[in-house]
Design a protein around this ligand. Sequence first.
Ligand SMILES: C[S@@+](CC[C@H](N)C(=O)[O-])C[C@H]1O[C@@H](n2cnc3c(N)ncnc32)[C@H](O)[C@@H]1O
Length: 189
Amino acid sequence: MKPKNHPLPRATEMAHRFVLERIRPGDRAIDATSGNGHDTLFLAKSVGPEGKVYAFDIQEQAIDATAAKTSGLPQVELFCLGHEEMDKVVSERVKTIMFNLGYLPKGDKTVITQTDTTLRALEAGIRLLDEGGLLSITLYEGHEGGQEEAEAVLTWAEGLDQADFYVARYQFLNLRNSPPSLLVIEKRH
Ligand SMILES: C[S@@+](CC[C@H](N)C(=O)[O-])C[C@H]1O[C@@H](n2cnc3c(N)ncnc32)[C@H](O)[C@@H]1O
C-alpha cells in the first residue's frame, strides 16, 4: 500500500502547537495582528471564559472580521490600534503573544506591517511577557518589504540575551514560493 502523505505543518500551524503547549484556561494572551480573527479565536478558546485575549489591528475591516468570529466570547477585547501601542492599553503580564506579519489575506495588500512599528511592538511584547511565556512571530518574505522586515526581526531576535530568552526558528528550506517561517521566543525569567 502507498504510504499516506503527511505534509509537514505550516508555520501558522506550528505557532498554534507551540502556544498550545504553554497556554492554560484562565491565562492572558495578546494577538498582535488580529486580521481575520483565526488566531484570536484560537487564543480565546485556549484561555476560556476565565482568561483574557487582547487583540490588535490597525484596519477596521480586520477588527470587524475578528469581532464577528469571536462574538459572544467575553474574554476577547479588541483594539483598532497599532500593536506598537500595546503597552498603553495592556497593564498586566501575559502568557503568550502571537504576531502574524504581512498583509490581511483577502484584504488590502498594500497595508502591511512595517519594520519600525513591528520592532517597537516586539520590544513592548517582550516586556509584557510573563516568566516562561512565549511570543510567536510568523514571518513572510514573499511580498514587497517582507524580506527587509523579516531580516530586521531576525537580527533583533538573534540579539536577545540568552540569559533571558530562548529563540528558535522553524522554516522550510526547499520550497520555491517563499512560505512563511516561524520564530518563537521564550522568556526565561
Ligand atoms: C497576516 S495578517 C494577520 C492574520 C491573522 N492573525 C488571522 O488569524 O487572520 C496581518 C495583519 O496585521 C495588521 N497590521 C498591520 N500593521 C499593524 C500594526 N501596526 N498593528 C497591528 N496590526 C497591524 C494588518 O492590518 C493585517 O490585518
